[in-house]
Design a protein around this ligand. Structure first.
Ligand SMILES: Cc1ncc(COP(=O)(O)O)c(C=O)c1O
Length: 293
């Protein structure tokens, strides 16, 4: 019987020639991903006029594939350039709500092993004048990581920022346990799932967190420059996009510069303009491969 990892391995021609120790940086190129990139170059060379026509279709498809892998509504999945971009969008949404609610005294609890992709947007917010206390969790040696986060949370907490699987130690935070402990939390739970999306089943985390961010190029085996933010419907409806561009509106081709008639779909809420075209196509195929594991 062929094992699942043999099926997965057969997608990567490089592995016939080399041993590649993929430790969560750039994934090797899969044959299905190469095929879709080549098809895109072919489309560009021979039918350039069709590129624009099929632009949104590619995003719709990757949204649909990811929604079945993550077991969430497709409308919650927002395209971004990567984890850092996605978490900047999420931070901007939380800050917009905080400002709108009167900028009350607040703190942001950050996991002691947070990747800079999730801590820097908050450090930058304080640099730009947001009066927030940045509170790093400080577990004692051997202490449960979730407990040390819980201990740092209080009634003034605005957000809890967690890296699901650490890029340095490989340790994993029990994010679902943390969320369940606070069923009526007033703070937002923000998850960097760069080292878990595609490698672990993260449907429960996606269901419980306010924001989950991850790139295509790691355990989803996709290209660099594409990532996703899965936001809770409440954030999309209540706060909306922190950034807008010509493609953010209901009918982008009207080019009505005087009216911001926002698109109802989350997909286009954060799609600023002409985005990567090969990226989402390749991510769709790549995501399908990652499901084999
Ligand atoms: C845990 C974690 N978060 C974020 C990133 C960076 O992601 P991106 O390049 O998509 O911003 C990495 C990259 O190694 C990572 O390991």
């Amino acid at each position: 019987m062929t094992e699942w990892w043999e099926v997965l391995r057969a997608h990567f021609p490089l592995l016939d020639r080399r041993a590649y120790f993929f430790a969560g940086a750039q994934a090797p190129l899969a044959d299905d991903v190469r095929a879709v990139l080549e098809a895109f170059v072919d489309l560009w060379e021979n039918k350039v006029w069709r590129m624009e026509e099929t632009e949104w279709q590619a995003f719709d498809e990757v949204q649909r594939v990811l929604s079945s892998i993550l077991e969430c509504e497709a409308s919650r999945i927002i395209p971004a350039e990567g984890t850092s971009h996605a978490l900047n969008l999420a931070t901007a949404m939380v800050l917009a709500a905080w400002r709108r609610d009167g900028q009350k005294r607040a703190n942001v609890v950050i996991h002691h092993e947070a990747h800079p992709a999730s801590s820097f947007p908050w450090l930058n917010a304080t640099r730009s004048g947001a009066t927030l206390e940045i509170r790093w969790s400080e577990p004692d040696p051997g202490e449960d990581l979730t407990r040390s986060l819980i201990e740092a949370i209080d009634e003034q907490t605005l957000a809890v920022v967690v890296t699901h699987v650490s890029h340095t130690s490989g340790s994993r935070v029990d994010v679902a346990g943390l969320a369940r402990r606070f069923p009526d939390r007033p703070w937002s739970l923000m998850l960097d799932a760069a080292q878990s999306a595609g490698a672990l089943r993260i449907a429960e985390e996606v269901a419980l967190c306010d924001f989950v961010a991850f790139p295509s190029y790691k355990w989803l085996f996709g290209p660099p420059g594409v990532g996703f933010l899965v936001a809770s419907t409440d954030w999309i409806d209540r706060v909306g996009p922190p950034l807008v561009g010509w493609a953010s509106v209901r009918d982008p081709l009207r080019m009505d510069a005087k009216n911001l008639d926002l698109a109802p779909s989350a997909l286009r809420l954060l799609a600023l303009g002409s985005l990567s075209k090969p990226g989402p196509r390749a991510s769709r195929n790549a995501s399908l491969i990652s499901r084999i594991g």
